[in-house]
Every structure is written in C-alpha cells, then in structure tokens.
Design a protein around this ligand. Structure first.
Ligand code: GLA
Length: 768
C-alpha cells in the first residue's frame, strides 16, 4: 500500500505492507525519513516527526530564521552537500567544470501501480507485483536548471526497492561523480555485518559496531567482488538469530559498489548504498538520463533468520528469471576438478556414464573445449571446437550425452581473451585497458571491452551459434580476473555485460545459466536476474564451505548457491573429509558433483549414489525450503530447511574434541503439539581411517599399511551410528540430546563415530 497525504506545509507518504513500513514526508522541499522498519500507520507521521529538534550551536539553518530547518539534525531519505547537512551526501555533481551542490526541492509525486516509465539502459530490475512511489525533485541551484532528480520507492512483498534517476534536460552536460541508489537515516544502535574475503574464502561474515567513524563496504575490482559482497546487515545490538531487529541491504548490481554506515551526534545512522564513486565522473549529455541500480532493503524483528527468510523470498520470487522461479535445479556433473583441460571425448563419455549411473541429470563440459585451450595461456576469445579432443564436435558429444539420458551443459568465459588467440590477433584493440597504462594480466588473460558494440555483437553471435548448434541445456558463464578499469568504464562494462546476457538468454529462457567469476567474485542480485544459480566458490572443501555457504545464507537462498561434492584430500586445502560431510554440506544448495569418477572405489560409488538419491528425494526442501541457522556448539554449524512436509537439519563439526560434550539438536518452527520422527541419514566410515586401531575390534592383527586393509577399504565401509527417535514439536524446539560422539571408551553401536570434519543430516517428519 502506498498512500499520499497533503497538508499545506508537508506531504506525507506511507509505503507499507505486512513486511515493512516506511514513512516519509517532505519538509522544506527535502525528503524526511520518519520511519523505516515495522509496518506502522500513516497517522503516526505527526508524532514521529523529530524535526522539531532544533538546530543548535554552530549548525546551519536551511530556512533563515527557522530553527527547525537544520538539515544536519533531520533524518533524511536523500541529501546533498551545501544544504547544511554535514553527513555523507547522496549525490555529487560537476557542471561547468566545478563541483555544484544539487539542493533538489520536491516538485511532484506519482504512485505507479505497475512498472511504467522508460528504462534507459539494460539495468536489471526486481520483477513481480509491486507499487512504486515516484518523487520528482528539481534543483533550486541556478547552475543546474534543467536537471531533475527522481527517487523511486517500489514496494514488493518482502522488501522495499529504491532507485534514483537523474535526467538532463538542460543545454549542457552535467557530470555525476557520486550518485547513490538509496539513503536512509535510521534511529538506533547498530552492528554492521559485512560479507568479505577473497578467492576461495568468499562471504565470511564480519561484525563491527556502527559508531562515529564511517564504515564503508565497497568493491573496486570491477565486479561485485569476492572482497566485499554488496549485501550487508544492520542489526540492533541485542539481535540474535531469531530475535531482535535486523535490516538487510543489497544492490541489484554486479560491478563496483558502495555501502556505508555512520552514526551522527543526533543518534541517527546514515546508510548509503549505490555504485562506487571511485574514479566516477560520468557525463550525462543533454537529453539523457542516468539510472542507478536498484537498492534493496528488508527488515525483520525476528533476528537474522527472520531477515534471511524475507531476503530469500524476495530473491526467489522477484529476482530469479521467471522461467526458473521455484523450478528445481538438476543434479549436475561438472568436468573441471576431475579433468581440468585434459580430456578426450572417450574420457568424457566414460565420466558421463558413471555420472548417469550415480544419478546425475546434467553433464557439464567445463573449460578446455575450444581453440588452443590446453591450459590457461591460450584460446580464450575463440570458439572453434577442438576437434582433437572432440572429433564429433559439440554436436556429437551432445547427441551422445542425450542418448545416455543426460542433459548437456557447457562452460564459457566470453568476457575474456588470451593474447594467444585468433580473436586477439585479429582485434587487439578489443581488449579492455586502462587509458595510458600498460596491460595487466590476470590468469594470463585480458578482458574484452564490453562497452564496444562490435565486441558485444561478437560475443552474442559466437555464444548463440554454439548454443543453437549443440542443443545445450545449461551454461556456466565464467569470468576469471579482476578488471583493469575503474569509474565510468567499469560502470559501462557492467551495462554491456547485462546487454549481452539479455540478448543471449532472453531468447533462450529454457537454458539454465550458472554465473561464475573465479567462484564467487560476482555473486550478486544483478547476476541472479539472469542466472538462477551462481558457483559460490572454487573452494569445495566442505569445511571451508561452512563459512562460505553460511555467509551466503544471510542474503541468498539455497537454490542460488552452486555446491558440489569434490575429491578428498581437497585441491585447495589438502584436507581429507568424509564423503558424508561433503554430501551433507553440498545438499544445502544447487547440488552437483565434480571429481574424476573413473577409478572410484565401488564402496564410494554406492555411497555417492545413495547421497544423490537422498538429495533428489528431498530436493525441493533443500532448494526452496525455509532456511534457518540453528544453535550449535562452538565452532560447529547447524542449518535447517523446512519444506511442506519435512524439516532437514545438517549438523557440521570441524575438529572432534577429546571427550566431547553431549550434543543437542534444536529445531525451529515446528508445531508444539504434534509428534515428530527424527532420523539421521545412514552414513559410512572408511575402514582405513582406523589404521592399527582395528586390532581392538578384530580377532586377527592387521598391518595398517598392508594390502589386506587396503583391499578391505576398497570394498567395505563401516556403518556409523544412526540416530532415531520420536518426540513432540515442543521438545524438539527446546532441544533434544543426540547420541554421543566417539570419545575413546564406552563404545556403543549407536555412537556417532564421525571423527574430525564429521556431520549428520537429520530428517524430521510428522509421526504417522
Ligand atoms: C574458474 C571457475 C572454475 C572453472 C575454471 C575453468 O576458476 O571458477 O570452476 O570453471 O575457471 O578454467
């Protein structure tokens, strides 16, 4: 619901539904934020108006002689320099060669019931039922006559989406050096959580209190980045997983971004979100508009889990392309970690047969199928199929995979070029470079300049031709280096990327697109508008994934998180983890497998097959169920998903402590009165992991390094202790003790042996 109420002095706007409420009013032509958070009533505006706080001391008054007009003390939803507000500005402009403060004054309001108005670029937007409040402001500054500012507030079911547009109807260019998508002055004490890291350690959560120094969450590497995800949270000091107020912020944008929070002496915290202003000096020529990306804000009083629930719903219902909304993702096999660049068609078909046998539905051929791409020094930019590896071409391979009953998926890295490629030799000027600088390489590649039409056309035509020739059902769209450019060029690059993605996949909605940028260097809402899922990280070690997937879970639903079982020891960490844990962690995402299946022991093969069967049975709950982070002992992680008829809980451990404490399982959101059956998924243990200790349980002594144990290990696995019981929802929600873990003595068949990096997956269903 969006309401507008006018009085002689002010106009009040209420934007709200069951999820969120926002009260705004115009004062002195500026936009005051009266409230953002719990849904309220339009009538509350009068009482919430704190602008009667008078300016004092050395404050500057916006209306001379009117002590209530101090912009530095009024909570605002947009602000500029030069109006007496000394907090961070939302916009900075240059006109006629000098910095000019906007001083924009409210002019008109419109309530749009559905999307109206021209979109000037390929900027992706949230889609789905919504109403929009469009407020237009005109500058009082005589140097900016003809420029208008539009602030949009779009109300979706679980989130509010803001966008800003600047239009130049003057006779001369104006330059944007900073232009935020949103600005909110929020009242309260906050903790800010950001999700940071780097390659193979993306999305680690970090918390800092919001104080008087500005906290900035920014990316400048050309992508939304693995350094700092654009999404962040502000939570009340007492917020926990299931209680307390939490605001979540995100941006529908895949390039350099900026988010900041800073407390002022009035107790208000200014929160800004938008594109990064670094090196930005964007010319808006007469007659043109500059659109910011959409900024998303959601709010919950039910802690982090409450906020995640709203963000997940928003992403699944309003961001994911319509053809893939709530549509189950296939179990895929990806050739990368198993083969890297070295494969033949025979090898791929052998892997495909095994993948099919274990239950995979889609076979993805990763890097190495084109040009001279036998390592990462050559071939990017070219699309000619390597006939030595694939004598029947992609068509031949695709036909054979389809005959096996598998879908066919293909990897591309269309934004990049190796200097050793036909593409670069023919068009060296297509490479993206920083003006005047020498070329800098990342993974031996340069980026193509997506701001050039001929480059975009080349990519669209090349990729489309392959997709149409080879009956492709899935594409992994990769991008493996950071950008050499910043500012305007980096901004235009992302618009170019969106145009390319829209042109290729807009016409092919049946293709499942998975985003990837060295893993999670571009995990954001912008990419999710095109790609229903994104490869979360090149780190598939399940213990590393506990942090990565946990971080993602605050803002992104499981269906969007590419998660695969890979080999142990792991290629990134050398850590050896049990298959059960690799599976249990990957289940909480868009699941697949990614290691060489040839030579796999039969015991592993059957365990893998059982894992995939289990995932498929519960796939809808894993991908679309309501996700929660549950309490677990220190260092451990517990995730829960609840579907229509079941709840699934994963309990994950890092190191097994000696003499572990009794462990409790706590499940959320059940019916107190009903009785539930709790069962752990059957798991297996490697015989070899017990080494010489086997002498304690066997009648004969076995050499821990000898052939007997090796052979036994290949053919036999021991069942780990399984848990099963039934109790009321009330007991489960308060917590139940589960079978103890191995602690040297007191062996019992029900004991969960586990060892380091052990885990369990519990199914909780109504007792029949
Ligand atoms: C990146 C991706 C990997 C794989 C390789 C191929 O690193 O993140 O998953 O596709 O490229 O070169």
């Amino acid at each position: 619901m969006i309401l507008e109420r006018k009085t002689e002095m002010k106009t009040v706007f209420y934007i709200g539904n069951e999820s969120i409420g926002c009260l705004l009013q115009t004062v002195y032509g500026k936009l005051q934020l009266l409230h953002l958070g719990t849904p309220l009533f339009p009538e509350d505006a009068e009482t919430l108006d704190a602008s009667r706080l008078l300016g004092w001391g050395n404050d500057v008054l916006y209306a001379d002689g009117d002590p209530a007009s101090c912009m530095d003390t009024i909570p605002l939803a947009w602000s500029e320099n030069g109006i007496g507000d000394y907090r961070e500005s939302s916009i900075e402009l240059v006109s006629g060669g000098q910095a000019v403060s906007g001083d924009f004054i409210f002019s008109s309001a419109e309530i749009l019931t559905e999307e109206e108005g021209e979109e000037v670029s390929c900027m992706p937007h949230a889609r789905g039922p919504h109403e929009t409040l469009k407020l237009t402001f005109l500058p009082s500054n005589c140097l900016l006559q003809g420029i208008s500012l539009e602030l949009r507030f779009a109300l979706f079911e679980t989130a509010l989406v803001r966008q800003t547009v600047l239009e130049n109807r003057s006779g001369q260019s104006v330059f944007v050096t900073k232009f935020m998508s949103s600005c909110f002055d929020l009242h309260g004490d906050f903790r800010m959580s950001t999700f940071d890291g780097g390659w193979i350690r993306e999305m680690h959560r970090h918390d800092v209190p919001v104080t008087f120094s500005r906290i900035v969450n920014e990316s400048t590497n050309g992508s939304s980045s693995n350094r700092h995800n654009p999404g962040f949270l502000l939570s009340a000091a007492d917020a926990e997983e299931d209680s307390g107020e939490v605001y979540g912020f995100n941006l529908i944008w895949s390039g350099n971004h900026y988010g900041s929070a800073q407390r002022a002496a009035t107790g208000y915290t200014r929160v800004l979100q938008g594109i990064s202003p670094e090196d930005l000096c964007y010319e808006i020529v007469p007659g043109r508009r500059f659109e910011t990306p959409d900024a998303v804000v959601a709010w919950s009083k039910d802690g982090y889990n409450g906020l995640s629930g709203k963000m997940h719903r928003f992403v699944n219902s309003c961001i994911i392309p319509e053809s893939w909304r709530y549509r189950e993702r296939p179990v895929l096999y990806n050739s990368w970690e198993g083969c890297m660049f070295s494969f033949t068609e025979t090898k791929l078909l052998s892997l495909a047969k095994k993948a099919k046998k274990t239950g995979c539905e889609l076979f993805v051929l990763d890097d190495g199928w084109f040009g001279a791409r036998n390592d990462d020094h050559a071939g990017l930019g070219d699309y000619a199929v390597n006939r030595r590896k694939l004598p029947g071409g992609l068509e031949g391979l695709s036909r054979k995979l389809h005959a096996e009953g598998l879908q066919f998926g293909l990897w591309f890295e269309p934004e990049a070029v190796n200097p050793d490629s036909d593409c670069y030799r023919a068009h060296p000027d297509w490479a993206l470079s920083s003006p005047g600088n020498r070329d800098l390489y990342g993974r031996n590649e340069l980026l193509l300049d997506l701001t050039k039409k001929e480059v975009r056309d080349y990519i669209v035509e090349s990729v489309s031709a392959i997709l149409d020739s080879a009956d492709v059902q899935y594409v992994k769209w990769d991008m493996n280096r950071c950008s050499p450019v910043s500012g305007n060029k980096a901004y235009d690059y992302i618009l170019g990327l969106y145009e390319v993605l829209g042109r290729i996949f807009g016409q092919r909605p049946a293709i499942l697109l998975e985003g990837c940028a060295s893993g999670g260097n571009r995990f954001d809402l912008g990419m999710l508008c095109f790609a229903p899922q994104i490869w979360a990280s090149d780190d598939t070690d399940p213990i590393e994934r506990l942090d990565i997937q946990n971080g993602l879970s605050y803002l992104y639903p499981q269906s969007t998180v590419g998660a695969h079982i890979s080999a142990a020891p792991h290629s990134m960490t050398l850590r050896a983890t049990p298959m059960s844990t690799r599976a249990n962690v990957s289940f909480f995402g868009a699941f697949g497998i990614e290691f060489d299946l040839d030579g796999m022991q039969s015991v592993d093969e059957s365990e893998l097959k059982e894992s995939i069967t289990f995932y498929k049975k519960h796939r809808n709950t894993f991908q679309f169920g309501r996700f929660r982070r549950n309490p677990a002992e220190k260092g451990s992680v517990c995730w829960q998903v609840t579907g229509e008829e079941e709840t699934l809980c994963g309990l994950f451990h890092r190191l097994l402590p000696a003499g572990p404490e009794i462990e409790w399982l706590q499940v959320k959101g059940l019916d107190r009165e009903m009785r539930y059956r709790v069962e752990s998924r059957p798991q297996l243990l490697r015989v070899k992991q017990f080494g010489g200790l086997l002498k304690h349980i066997l009648p004969v002594r076995i050499d821990p390094e000898g052939a007997v144990l090796r052979i036994a290990d290949h053919h036999y696995k021991m069942a780990d202790g399984q848990y099963a019981s039934a109790c009321s929802g009330a007991a489960l929600m308060s917590g139940i003790p589960i079978h103890k873990r191995f602690s040297g003595t007191g062996y019992d068949p029900a004991m969960r042996v586990q060892g380091d990096f052990g885990s369990n997956l519990f199914t909780i269903t109504l007792e029949k």
